[in-house]
Design a protein around this ligand. Structure first.
Ligand SMILES: [Zn+2]
Length: 311
């Protein structure tokens, strides 16, 4: 019986260690369960002792974690209690792109991102692209567009464009007809759009529904607005209820895209729900973000906590 108790106690430590590890990966703002790559990364030893300890304990076993090691010095359950925190493959990709490492103040005090050409660049109302940033590898993806003729807004960065082609091909094979509406936008184009929206809708609404110049993901070349005939290729919330919008929400991450402005997250992203706006972050990160049901902001925050925890 005593031997069995020792094994049970050791298993207890293993589980406690696992919980500690998971806590380190949890996002502050999300109650979504952390699954997938994070869990598969657990650094618990795989050689959980299957043989009983050689030494017979002289005292009755207790549940006390401080006592167990002293009673069986040949075992090392103490290491199970504090496993080293490992970083998931998805978080590891973000190591050089953490928000705290990739921002500087300009002369006017605005926060400017420094990793402009990273696939993981975080651009939002707090993090501006430089006004002169223009991606170097813009191409026009071979997908159907909602309009004809040449336009700079047909462009995306090469890797994102190629991923978009795969996404559209898969949709088409599932009988889903999508069309691309708007991709790359320069700083000056975004400036015109925002100013025109302010005139038409007022500053408050314009701010919630369109980005100020420098704060648009479209300037990264990694975003595309997508719609369908069922909503007359409009960029509106009802697209999310169409079978095309639902297909996009379900499968975008398999091609490296996330629905960047999800429903109910306006307080975090700063933007209303946009079921049509997808952002390329690569498959590994897209799948992890989607599975955890978090915004990119929350995801980066969780990555910071693991990789660069505040002292
Ligand atoms: Zn958009």
């Amino acid at each position: 019986m005593k031997k069995r108790t020792v094994v049970v106690v050791a298993l207890g430590f293993a589980i406690a260690g696992g919980l500690l590890y998971q806590d380190a990966h949890s996002s502050k703002n999300s109650s979504a369960p952390i699954v997938g790559p994070s869990n598969s990364e657990t650094s618990l030893p795989t050689d959980t002792p299957t043989e009983p300890p050689t030494e017979t304990p002289t005292e009755p076993q207790t549940e006390s974690p401080t006592k167990a090691p002293t009673e069986s010095p040949t075992e090392t359950p103490i290491e199970l209690v504090k496993p080293p925190v490992k970083v998931s493959p998805a978080f590891a990709l973000l190591a050089d792109s953490l928000p705290s490492l990739t921002v500087k103040q300009d002369k006017k005090g605005a926060a400017i991102v420094t990793n402009t050409s990273s696939l993981y660049v975080l651009v939002n109302k707090q993090r501006n692209l430089p006004s002169d940033y223009e991606p170097k590898d813009l191409v026009v993806p071979d997908v159907p567009f909602s309009f004809s003729g040449n336009s700079p807004k047909k462009q995306m960065r090469k890797e994102a464009a190629s991923a978009l082609e795969k996404l559209f091909k898969a949709a088409s094979e599932d009988g889903i007809k999508l069309k691309a509406v708007s991709g790359y936008r320069s700083y000056s184009t975004q400036k015109s759009i925002f100013e025109s929206n302010v005139k038409r809708k007022g500053e408050k609404v314009a701010n919630r529904t369109s980005a100020r110049p420098g704060q648009s993901e479209h300037q990264t070349g990694l975003a595309m607005d997508i719609s369908s005939a069922s909503v007359s290729y409009g960029l509106e919330e009802s697209f999310g209820d169409t079978k095309e919008g639902q297909w996009l929400a379900k499968y975008a991450s398999e091609y490296g895209f996330i629905i960047r402005y999800p429903k109910g997250k306006e307080g975090i992203t700063g933007y209303s729900y946009e079921p049509w706006h997808v952002r390329y972050v690569g498959k590994i990160v897209a799948k992890d973000v989607t599975r955890k049901e978090v915004t990119l902001e929350q995801y980066f925050e969780a990555a910071e906590e693991v990789i660069r925890p505040k002292a």
